[in-house]
Ligand binder design. Structure first.
Ligand SMILES: *[C@@H]1O[C@H](CO)[C@@H](O)[C@H](O)[C@H]1NC(C)=O
Ligand SMILES: *[C@@H]1O[C@H](CO)[C@@H](O)[C@H](O)[C@H]1NC(C)=O
Ligand SMILES: *[C@@H]1O[C@H](CO)[C@@H](O)[C@H](O)[C@H]1NC(C)=O
Ligand SMILES: *[C@@H]1O[C@H](CO)[C@@H](O)[C@H](O)[C@H]1NC(C)=O
Ligand SMILES: *[C@@H]1O[C@H](CO)[C@@H](O)[C@H](O)[C@H]1NC(C)=O
Ligand SMILES: [Cu+2]
Length: 625
């Protein structure tokens, strides 16, 4: 009897946790229905929260330190996900703006020929600016839900607390390039740790499905989801374990890969902030030929994170990537907005450092719902479907240039709308602190702060002393980069290019953990089924080599960062691989338009935290074959 009883208890517990995966918070009445009824069909104007003051969008781990705000965030997301899919402000309605289901939002119809794609703009000068009002719209809807939820607590001290907390909320960002707190992964536990979460609410503590872990379609519209497995997967996945209905997310795999990737992402950001002064080059990954000194971009770095967050082919053999790895499906995964809020933050930081450079007219490289390839896009192009006012006008890049008009900012900028010299100093400090660690520049800043002596106990300083003469000549050193350029649609699936110094394991599952893995860049392409006309577009990205080379100097495998040593060394040892997000390894010579060059530039190291490295002209050394 006892064992039957134990089994029963175990069964009930199991059932409970399975059910919890598909359970919203129970308010005691059908709140989701209530919410969708109140949402009217007139165009929703993107206003932001300026009327309520300027607040910080915080890093997700920081937001979690404010338990009341965090509770409301989880409840708000959950409610949005359980709001009827036909509502334009439901999770499905908002995330569906980006790609699939290729549906008109807010009565903003398609231009002829572009019915079979989404509104998002990629490989375009509008990439950073289009996503800005998109995030504001999502933030605004979420804040509205949060305020309503706070009002549902019975009158009293608790309700007052939550009502006050609702006024402190702005959407968080996820910094995938900063060193995570000690003992933690780059992937926050709140996002990848568990499919369910215990949360307080107006009816007490309940266990609900974790709205940051995945989104479950309610229900899945298999007609709108054009291909397998999208039309059988009823929720979003990261590094799915199978291609069929039994799929589950493997977040530990995502976490492992992000932990191995962040030093490279961090170097790329550091270079982006110090050497990219032209908005056109900074903003997007289209390779035009005019930008051949600057192969990287905010978008290319962002693509790499998409690739990794979906699984990127680095998981189980023959299993494809999850939603984040594919443009048309990526926005459904709750990590999408966390990622893009960080992209917006990097954009704002870059703007503060480069206040003069802005959107210049460029032909669109891809089609979107309201844009045809080749159409000229400029700073006054409508960012559809984001209404700026009741009269039906849309936001433009010029209109969203100053993000503070929407009532949010980021701590890295210092609070306040003024992009002043002080703000620029703050930004540079943040950049050095968060992303400078893996750069030779940081060794120089540290070394010049404490020249030798007692403090040089830190490992990094010792390394600095050891490698100083091999790396620096005065305050100059040489940065090494691999420039990568490829046809966006080179392969039938999104893919990534990986670089290694030395041996490459046969199984891609072991690539990122291989000793010689230097970095990767992701190409976020998509099939012609998704109507973006990627046909002839070339895109570019980079993999920085400098910190890997400095490690080789420390290991005494390499003499110096000088071209006479490095070129010979790289020629002998640098290997590349191309990996589809399905886990398929492609023969490099068969990847259309793939060209990779090793380049370098002499850089002047900064002497204080308020400066960034100054880059010289890019020199091309050799092409990888
Ligand atoms: C499902 O998707 C199809 C194709 O996009 C669409 O015509 C149909 O209205 C959708 N069904 C629902 C219930 O939204
Ligand atoms: C998830 O990925 C990890 C790391 O690659 C692997 O060890 C583990 O077996 C995977 N889990 C599942 C359920 O496939
Ligand atoms: C920025 O780059 C674009 C495209 O390469 C070019 O047309 C423009 O002149 C550049 N702007 C400046 C200020 O150099
Ligand atoms: C950029 O293009 C010019 C002209 O084709 C060439 O001379 C130069 O080496 C290129 N620079 C790089 C970094 O590839
Ligand atoms: C903004 O910056 C300008 C130029 O540095 C300065 O003159 C002005 O006083 C600043 N305004 C505020 C509100 O800080
Ligand atoms: Cu994206």
């Amino acid at each position: 009897m006892a064992s039957v009883g134990t089994c029963l208890v175990a069964l009930i517990l199991l059932l409970r946790s399975v059910l919890a995966e598909f359970r919203p918070y129970n308010y005691g009445f059908d709140i989701a229905k209530h919410v969708s009824k109140r949402q009217t069909s007139r165009p929703l104007v993107v206003t932001g929260q300026a009327a309520e003051g300027l607040l910080l969008r915080q890093e997700i781990r920081e937001l979690e330190q404010d338990p009341d705000v965090w509770t409301l965030y989880i409840l708000g997301l959950s409610l949005m996900q359980y709001t009827d899919q036909s509502s334009p402000t439901s999770w499905y309605g908002l995330t569906g703006i980006h790609g699939i289901p290729h549906k008109t939002w807010g009565d903003v119809g398609p231009t002829p020929g572009n019915e079979k794609t989404g509104y998002c703009t990629h490989s375009s000068v509008l990439f950073p600016t289009w996503h800005r009002p998109y995030l504001v719209l999502y933030e605004q809807v979420l804040i509205d839900l949060i305020k309503r939820i706070a009002a549902l607590w019975p009158e009293g001290e608790e309700r007052d607390r939550y009502t006050a907390a609702a006024l402190r909320f702005r959407i968080p960002y996820w910094d995938w390039a900063a060193t995570p707190p000690s003992g933690q992964s780059v992937l926050p536990l709140s996002v990848g740790g568990s499919p369910w979460v215990e949360v307080n609410g107006p009816s007490g503590v309940q266990r609900i499905s974790n709205p940051l872990f995945s989104y479950s379609f309610k229900p899945l519209n298999a007609t709108a989801f054009l291909q397998r497995p999208w039309n059988i997967w009823t929720s979003t996945f990261r590094a799915p374990t199978t291609n069929d209905e039994r799929a589950q997310s493997n977040n530990s795999l995502i976490a492992r890969n992000l932990d191995q990737a962040f030093p490279s992402l961090s170097q790329r950001l550091y270079i982006l902030f110090s050497n990219y002064r032209n908005y056109t080059a900074f903003s997007n990954n289209a390779f035009t030929g005019a930008n051949n000194e600057t192969y990287d971009s905010l978008e290319a770095i962002h693509d790499t994170v998409h690739n990794l967050a979906g699984g990127g082919g680095l998981g189980q053999p023959n299993v494809q990537g999850g939603h984040m790895s594919y443009i048309p499906y990526s926005a459904f995964d709750p990590i999408f907005f966390l990622h893009h809020t960080n992209v917006d933050r990097i954009f704002a930081m870059w703007q503060a450092s480069n206040p003069q450079s802005w959107v210049q007219p460029q032909p669109a490289a891809l089609s979107s719902y309201t844009t045809s390839r080749g159409q000229i896009q400029d700073s006054a192009t409508a960012l559809t479907p984001f209404f700026a006012s009741d009269d039906g006008s849309f936001w433009t890049s010029d209109g969203v240039r100053d993000h503070t008009i929407f009532g949010y900012t980021y701590a890295d900028l210092g609070i306040g709308p003024n992009i002043s010299r002080r703000a620029r100093g703050n930004v540079r400090k943040s950049i050095n602190r968060l992303y400078g660690a893996s750069s030779a520049a940081s060794l120089f800043i540290k070394a010049s702060k404490s020249p030798g002596g007692a403090q040089s106990k830190s490992k990094q300083l010792d390394m600095a002393e050891l490698t100083r003469s091999a790396v620096f000549t005065g305050d100059r050193y040489r940065e090494w980069i691999v420039n990568i350029r490829v046809r966006k649609q080179a392969l039938p699936e999104p893919f990534s290019v990986h670089l290694f110094l030395g041996d490459v394991p046969a199984d891609p599952q072991h690539w990122t953990s291989a000793r010689g893995h230097v970095g990767m860049t992701g190409v976020f392409s998509s099939d012609d089924v998704y109507g973006m006309s990627m046909g002839r577009l070339d895109v570019s990205g980079t993999v920085p080599l400098t910190s890997a080379l400095i490690n080789k100097i420390i290991e005494r495998e390499l003499g110096s960062l000088g071209p006479q040593d490095v070129v010979k060394y790289l020629n002998a040892i640098l290997c590349r691989r191309v990996l589809g997000v399905s886990g398929k390894v492609y023969e490099v010579s068969k990847v259309r338009g793939l060209r990779m060059d090793v380049v370098s530039s002499v850089v002047r190291a900064p002497t204080s935290e308020e400066e960034l490295p100054e880059w010289g002209k890019m020199e091309r050394h050799f092409q990888l074959r």
